[in-house]
Design a protein around this ligand. Structure first.
Ligand code: LMR
Length: 396
């Protein structure tokens, strides 16, 4: 049966972790996967998370099956965070929200549902996009194309070309958009440009699927989520996948959600019933722990305030690392304009380095980034940044 099974290539991002773990170089630095580490190089356990876990431990709750769509209090907390508890769509019951296995799980539930609703639709992702977007939508049965995004020459976004591609897309096309902190480039579009995108999506009859995996890592929770308000105001149906992997440092708990904004409460109830079938036929129902933690933090005012403070701390440290990286690269002799590094938002910097340069960084210096040139600046710290800057200067 398996004689003809071919060896699949390593995952372009998570595969780097395996390679990193096997590297005996004591000076190795992992800037591959999008994970935030503190200045000591440690994965943080947020204080708000530890406090919520303590409460849950003391409550000694039994572990029955969750409902197919997850913990009701969690789904409600997600809606409050993403859309605003007072928004008309939330109050009117027009949003179907389900707990998902991380942001990826949210995307997959949405993709499988879309395949049922509109099987002939094409999917457009940004060029470039998170490596898994193409694979995930392809595996859900869609033909996946791209819309222009990265402007290598000017270090930014090819906005006019992006907009033109959206305006020209056939009705019903699913457009995957990064709500904030674009992965992998770190270049976001402005609120005014978002207004034009929302208009294009609406007038061309496209289906927007917003991937929001980094809310709070760009400028702030509200700022990073502002585009959601623009889509709500446009009065169109759209999808949002949410991840708490990064913002709660709960990577391994696989805690995320999918929300589908509908026309009416009745429509949302029917959509929810279909999402539940997708979930039930994939993994039955979601796990308890991570979602309980997030629901507890978001619905307890003191813990919520603590979370916002801790998230702001992560955001500020990343910004500090960005400006420090520029300084260190300049000190190491890099002459080119590096201001793009501080203009980029979120965990990543699209360095502009080629695949060969990234491979040299890995092989000669033990500095692991993605072949696309993406490095995770959230894994830089005051101990490793000198070595990283020197290594980049050597290959640049
Ligand atoms: C990343 O892009 O590194 C993260 O979103 C982690 C992942 O699953 O790829």
């Amino acid at each position: 049966l398996f004689a003809a099974v071919e060896m699949a290539p390593r995952d372009p991002i998570l595969g780097l972790n395996e390679q990193f773990a096997a590297d005996p170089n004591p000076a190795k630095v992992n800037l591959g996967v999008g994970v935030y580490f503190d200045d000591e190089g440690k994965l943080p356990l947020l204080k708000c998370v530890a406090a919520a876990e303590q409460q849950l431990l003391e409550a000694k709750k039994p572990r029955g099956y969750l409902p197919i769509d997850g913990i009701a209090a969690y789904d409600k907390a997600v809606q409050g965070l993403v859309f605003g508890a007072d928004s008309d769509a939330v109050k009117g019951g027009r949003i179907a929200t389900v707990q998902a296995l991380g942001g990826t799980g949210g995307l997959k539930i949405g993709a499988d549902f879309l395949k049922r609703v509109n099987p002939a639709a094409k999917v457009l992702i940004s060029d470039p996009s998170w490596e898994n977007h193409r694979a995930l939508f392809t595996n859900a049965g869609f033909e996946v194309g791209t819309y222009p995004y990265y402007d290598a020459e000017n270090r930014g976004v090819r906005f006019d070309a992006m907009l033109a591609a959206l305006q020209a897309a056939p009705k019903g096309t699913v457009v995957v958009l990064h709500a904030c902190c674009h992965n992998p480039t770190g270049y976001d579009i402005t609120p005014q440009q978002w207004t034009q995108v929302v208009e294009a999506v609406k007038s061309a009859g496209l289906v927007a699927f917003l991937d929001m995996a980094y809310q709070g890592f760009g400028e702030g929770i509200a700022e990073d989520g502002a585009v959601i308000q623009q889509f709500l105001a446009a009065g169109i149906d759209f999808f949002v996948s949410t991840s708490f992997s990064k913002s709660f440092s709960l990577y391994g708990e696989r805690v995320g959600a999918l929300s589908v904004v509908c026309d009416s409460a009745d429509e949302a109830a029917r959509v929810l019933s279909q999402l539940k079938i997708v979930i039930r036929t994939n993994y039955s129902n979601p796990p308890t722990h991570g979602a309980q933690v997030v629901a507890t933090v978001l619905s307890t005012p003191s813990l919520r305030a603590q979370w916002e403070e801790e998230l702001a701390g992560m955001r500020q440290r990343i910004k500090l690392m960005r400006s420090l990286l520029v300084e260190k690269l300049q000190a190491a002799g890099v002459k080119q304009d590096l201001s793009f590094i501080v203009r980029q938002k979120g965990m990543f910097s699209y360095s502009g380095l080629t695949k060969e340069q990234m491979q040299r960084l890995r092989g000669e210096f033990g500095v692991y980034g993605v072949d696309s040139g993406r490095i995770c600046v959230a894994a830089l710290n005051s101990r490793n940044i000198d070595a990283v800057a020197k290594a980049i200067a050597q290959v640049a």
